[in-house]
Write a protein that binds this ligand. Structure first.
Ligand code: SF4
Ligand code: SF4
Length: 554
């Protein structure tokens, strides 16, 4: 069973689920005062000075949001206003998003944090207004002359504190943008707000510690290259113990066809580690039966990119290692693992920020089928579910879905692959081929409309647990629905952050439902040798429930 960890004395789901969904306040919302001390459990700890120093970011110091004095630089206000001017100049989308919102309210009830808290400032429209009001005051004639009458607001220390509270209460999931008739993307507004806060030393540790680790070692967890190799070895032994095969994993191999990069969460914790084991079984099968020539890198050992939750400059800095390693190892293209925000960065930003791809990289073509991944012509990076779905479609994988019969499975569309790449059908195609029992959650909660896990964008830390559970309410509610209707006991997904944040969400809102990666279920069903008898799944559990196994023997 995946780890849960609801703290002792935490409110019951019945208590936390009784939310008073307020309507937009007509007045009073401009008052920014937040009682941080009284709201513990709903905010994240600030970034430690050592991490700011490591990343050469501004104003490293130790402080707490509950302190009166946040130790801001003397000229903090000028710095923020100048930073805003600079970004209005450089990012046309930012200027447009500041100007065109008509406050129609179509987005207002679409955010999981609003649904889970009832706090109007968690309505996407009002969240953006926290920044927009400063924009009006500082950059529009009406706002400069009329101030509050024109929706303008003075930038004060309390406003900055309010930004910290609410812009680190947005997971940048982009669900609100799906419903905005003007295409306003509040996640992009949050990204700019976080960039501005960085200028005066305001960020959270759960974002900057992984970013600092990644800069130092190549992955968010801070695993040194030699330890990365040891970790992989450990998992190979685990696979052998659980299913009786020990795959081979090439690392830092030059001139392989494909470089495989996955989020480091996969080499760290349950249940993501079973996804990693799933990739290894699949690749080993492909190597032994079709000569798959692949490698991992101990240096580009992270697919995720916490730069996305920090700044554009940081995205670029942390992503650079992927192309550099692909060049050094002289591979033909890059295959990427099950990750959420990795794919938003790759699909939406990498080309502009880190491109063009090194000249040794070619338009990805499957080594086993006639498929050319034209969608990856520019980035030269293919998502693992596209790769595997294609193998299944071309009948390259012998599969026995009955091996997953102990599971009744549903699928959570991770926000970024779903909304930033439109990767909706490939994971479902795989699941329907490797499981006999698959059930969808209600349509308003899946595909483009999917609800966030509540812990993305750096918010998946322990101190923010109440807000995570509140934000996880809509997803947990939909899981509970299929649990009650169809007996669902597994929530599958293709994101490493989901694999860390959804287990507590399920334990809290739909106890009894476990979380599993798509490639874990794929590898359970994969028949590696003709006529093989496999007794256990990748978790070392019997493939059949005990009662079923006994009935069979009788
Ligand atoms: S991006 Fe997601 S978390 Fe942020 S305001 Fe929109 S719906 Fe809420
Ligand atoms: S849906 Fe778009 S235009 Fe309407 S309030 Fe929300 S952000 Fe503004």
């Amino acid at each position: 069973m995946s780890g849960g960890g609801t703290p002792k004395g935490f409110p019951t789901p019945e208590d936390l689920g009784s939310v008073d969904l307020q309507t937009t306040p007509l007045k009073g919302w401009m008052d920014p005062k937040i009682n941080f001390e009284g709201r513990r459990g709903t905010w994240s700890y600030p970034a430690a000075a050592k991490n700011l120093k490591a990343l050469k970011m501004h104003n490293p110091r130790e402080w707490s949001p509950a302190d009166e004095d946040w130790k801001l630089p003397k000229d903090w206000k000028k710095t923020i206003v100048n930073g805003m001017a600079d970004r209005l100049e450089r990012f046309r989308s930012f200027k447009i998003m500041m100007d065109i919102c008509v406050r129609c309210g179509a987005c207002s009830d679409k955010c999981h944090f609003f649904i889970g808290t009832g706090d109007p400032k968690n309505m996407p429209v009002l969240r953006a207004e926290l920044l927009r009001s400063i924009y009006r005051r500082e950059f529009t004639t009406a706002g400069k002359i009329l101030g509050g009458l024109a929706g303008g607001r003075e930038l004060t220390v309390d406003v900055l504190k309010e930004w910290y509270y609410y812009f680190f209460q947005c997971t940048e999931c982009r669900r609100c943008s799906v419903f905005c008739p003007y295409g306003i993307d509040t996640a992009e507004v949050t990204m700019i707000a976080r960039e501005l806060m960085n200028l005066v030393g305001l960020n959270i540790n759960w974002v900057l510690e992984p970013a600092a680790n990644c800069q130092r070692t190549g992955n968010h967890l801070g695993i040194e290259p030699h330890a990365f190799v040891d970790n992989i070895d450990f998992f190979l032994d685990e696979i052998e113990e659980n299913v009786g095969y020990k795959p081979e994993v090439p690392i830092n191999k030059k001139n392989a066809d494909i470089l495989f990069i996955t989020p480091s969460g996969d080499v760290f914790a349950d249940p993501a580690i079973y996804t990693l084991m799933g990739y290894f079984l699949l690749f080993d099968y492909l190597k032994k039966n079709h000569g798959f020539n692949w490698t991992m890198s101990a240096y580009a050992s992270e697919g995720g990119n916490f730069g996305l939750f920090t700044s554009n400059e940081m995205i670029k800095r942390l992503n650079a290692k992927m192309y550099r390693e692909a060049e050094r190892l002289n591979v033909k293209w890059i295959l990427g693992g099950e990750c959420g925000h990795m794919w938003r960065v790759v699909n939406q930003y990498m080309d502009t920020m880190n491109g063009p791809a090194p000249s040794n990289l070619v338009i990805p073509k499957s080594p086993f089928t006639p498929t050319i991944f034209e969608n990856a012509a520019s980035t030269k990076m293919v998502h693992i579910t596209e790769f595997t779905a294609d193998l299944i479609k071309h009948k390259k994988l012998p599969l026995d879905p009955s091996r997953n019969d102990r599971y009744r499975v549903t699928f959570h569309d991770s926000c970024n692959p779903a909304r930033a790449m439109g990767l909706l059908d490939e994971p479902r195609y795989i699941l329907k081929n490797v499981c006999n029992n698959f059930f969808e959650m209600p349509p308003s909660t899946i595909r483009e409309n999917t609800f966030c896990c509540g812990g993305g964008a750096g918010l998946g830390n322990d101190e923010n647990f109440e807000m995570r559970m509140r934000g996880g309410l809509p997803r947990g509610n939909a899981v509970r629905y299929v649990q009650e209707q169809h007996g669902v006991n597994v929530l599958s997904c293709i994101c490493a952050i989901d694999k860390a944040t959804l287990p507590p969400v399920c334990d809290y809102w739909a106890p009894g439902v476990e979380v599993a990666g798509v490639h874990e279920l794929l590898a359970n069903a994969l028949v590696i040798k003709k006529g093989e008898v496999r007794e256990n799944n990748l978790r070392g559990e019997p493939l059949k429930e005990e009662s079923e196994a006994t009935e069979g023997e009788e």
